[in-house]
Design a protein around this ligand. Structure first.
Ligand code: PRP
Length: 219
């Protein structure tokens, strides 16, 4: 039996994924050693390997087959546009992609003004404004703390992730429009899906059952 390799998004998504896998009896004790500098972890018994990666790199590892399976946010899947199969909504990491700004920017949106949009997600923003809203805008790619953009006058609005809404609230900004809902998804390499169909299908079925039974606890 060959190893099945998982690429997990570093941080909360990885912890949640490992929690879920643990309830299926899939554990990786090696990964729990916080002082370890190891990059890849193995469960010899189940022939599984796990590694942690930055979100945008997860679909890349999976497209090239360096990982068979990945867990990553829907936002990253859309933005990266890699050739992977999205097989399961894991139900955690729920948030929304939104157009946000000061309340008075609502008028600029309504009148389809040529405004500036700062975002970490230029593809999602472009698709939303150009294809859905038919509004010409100038998109400015940023790398984080996007909420700063309208505050310092870089852009009129932003396209960003809203989870609890506290970053917006604490900075006097609001959600002006919703682009799409988001959550963590499981993705699979198309060749792995064929070659390791039985093992991967079994895992998806078990996760689906777990979600159905305990779904109400997932945040
Ligand atoms: C994300 C997002 C918002 C914030 C939303 O940023 O870009 O800034 O979380 O969460 P909230 O609605 O619960 O306040 P993240 O912390 O990932 O870092 P970033 O600003 O560097 O993208």
């Amino acid at each position: 039996m060959r190893y099945l390799t998982f690429a997990l998004t570093k941080g909360r998504l990885a912890s949640k994924t490992l929690e879920m896998l643990e309830s299926l009896g899939i554990t990786c004790d090696e990964m729990k050693d916080k002082d370890s500098r190891k990059l890849i972890f193995t469960n010899e018994e189940l022939k599984l390997k796990f590694f942690l990666a930055k979100g945008p790199d997860v679909p890349t590892y999976v497209e090239y087959g360096a990982a068979d399976i990945g867990v990553v946010g829907k936002d990253t899947i859309i933005e990266e546009g890699r050739k992977v199969h999205e097989v399961l909504d894991l139900g955690f990491g729920k948030c929304r992609m939104c157009v946000c700004g000061y309340e008075d920017a609502a008028e600029l949106l309504e009148h389809r003004e040529l405004i500036r949009v700062a975002t970490k997600y230029p593809k999602i923003a472009k698709d939303y404004f150009y294809n859905k809203k038919h509004q010409t805008v100038e998109i400015i790619k940023m790398n984080g703390s996007i909420e700063l953009a309208p505050i310092v006058g870089l852009s009129e609005v932003i396209v960003d992730i809203v989870e609890t809404g506290s970053t917006l609230r604490e900075n006097g900004l609001s959600v002006l429009e919703e682009v799409c809902p988001l959550s963590a998804r499981m993705i699979v390499n198309p060749v792995s899906m064929r070659m390791e169909n039985e093992r991967i299908r079994k895992l998806i079925t078990e996760l689906r059952t777990l979600l159905r039974e305990g779904g109400k606890d997932a945040d």
